[in-house]
Design a protein around this ligand. Structure first.
Ligand SMILES: [Zn+2]
Length: 392
């Protein structure tokens, strides 16, 4: 028998429209069969009173593998922590027991589910073996991982990675010559896979690209790698921004991680003026909690602090964790909004929470006031993936 969920309020469709007294009928496969204001017959009903149902968040850029090493590199520079092959993260990943890495990942999944995230896009280090470790960790969780694997130095693995992952996620395009990047592009195109890379996270990264290849790492990522998604682009210049806009490549921005590493902040207002699609990510768990509520509030205030009010609305930020990443990852036929024939991926927010009452505007409250403690439950494909208990 299908399950029906009822909520006093829900955010429906790609436009996140606020609807009242809504029933969602969900099939046994976890797809939303019908969204209606009529109480369906012949269905078990799970009721959420004084609650808001929100589409499950999508964290568009995470490194879940370093969850076991929280804040170990807090006073180190970005290259000292994350640069392959000898940055602290890579040394720790090599010398740490697999069981410890998996335990860290599982804590990361719990933190994400408890803060409303139902899908995350992971840049998984360690080649095919690294992907298998993540898949082992995922066995106990309903969370959905979109895995972008990384080639190992022997360089024989792109096809092995693409057999078991959703695509490729490069640390930096600077590590590969043009022929290698073209090969990645062809492999991904042939397999209908996603290809992504970090770009212009530091000035140094850009300098190396110009010295070695005479063009920016962003231009190489777009024209040679044919990247579907760019990560960071903190130091993108006007030429790069025009190119990103022209090729319509989404960018994942990770402002809290940028702050943590002292890397600067991306030119978000220029991205918006050029109509570039933006997604939000939380980046390395060792440096930053994978909690999109914190990321959204930080972005809102950082942006206002530097650009003034009225250019970036709360609802725009909500799109960066729902429909925008769903489209960027080509998952929008399955998730990213609550609509018929998509998966019933959502979380339930308790509107009686003291930090939310009184509520002037649902979108602003979600960005500026809501926190994971207000989430009663999180569902994937209509199945309970997380439920708050009084002592958790
Ligand atoms: Zn990253």
């Amino acid at each position: 028998m299908p399950t029906t969920f009822f909520s006093d309020f829900a955010l429906i469709g790609e436009n996140l429209d606020i609807k009242e007294k809504i029933y969602f009928q969900v099939s046994e496969e976890g797809l939303i069969k019908e969204i209606t204001t009529q109480r369906p017959k012949n269905s078990d009903i799970v009721e959420f009173k004084d609650a808001l149902v929100v589409p499950g968040f999508i964290n568009a850029h995470v490194h879940i593998g370093d969850s076991f090493a929280k804040d170990k590199g807090v006073n180190l520079t970005l290259p000292e922590v994350v640069e392959p092959p000898n940055g602290l993260k890579h040394r720790l990943l090599k010398e740490t027991r697999v069981e410890t890495i998996i335990e860290g990942m599982r804590n990361g999944f719990k933190e994400m589910l408890s803060s409303g995230t139902t899908t995350f896009a992971d840049f998984r280090e360690g080649g095919p073996d690294g992907i298998l470790i993540l898949k082992e960790a995922l066995k106990d969780s309903l969370i959905r991982a979109f895995i972008l694997g990384r080639t190992t130095p022997d360089f024989n693995t792109p096809h092995e990675i693409l057999k078991i992952a959703h695509g490729i996620g490069l640390s930096s395009s600077n590590l590969y010559n043009d022929t290698e990047l073209e090969m990645f592009a062809i492999f991904c195109l042939e397999g209908s896979k996603i290809i992504s890379t970090h770009v212009s996270e530091t000035e140094e990264e850009r300098k190396i690209a110009f010295e070695r290849f005479k063009i920016s790492d962003i231009e190489r990522a777009i024209k040679i790698l044919k990247a579907n998604i760019l990560i960071h682009a903190i130091h993108a210049d006007n030429k790069d921004i025009e190119l990103i806009s022209q090729y319509d490549v989404p960018i994942v921005i990770c402002p809290r991680a940028n702050g943590y590493f002292g890397a600067g902040f991306p030119p978000i207002s220029a991205f918006l003026k050029n109509k570039i699609v933006l997604c939000l990510g939380t980046d390395n768990v060792m440096a930053n909690s994978p909690d999109l509520f914190r990321e959204m509030e930080f972005l809102f205030k950082l942006f206002r602090g530097t650009n003034g009010i009225n250019m970036l609305k709360s609802k725009d930020i909500l799109s960066m964790v729902t429909i925008n990443p769903a489209k960027a990852l080509r998952l929008d036929h399955l998730t990213g909004s609550l609509a018929e024939r998509k998966y019933a991926d959502f979380f339930v927010l308790d509107l009686n929470s003291p930090n939310l009452v009184p509520m002037e505007n649902i979108y602003d409250s979600l960005i500026l006031r809501a926190k994971s403690e207000n989430i009663i439950a999180t569902y994937l494909k209509g199945r309970l993936a997380y439920e708050r208990r009084y002592n958790s």
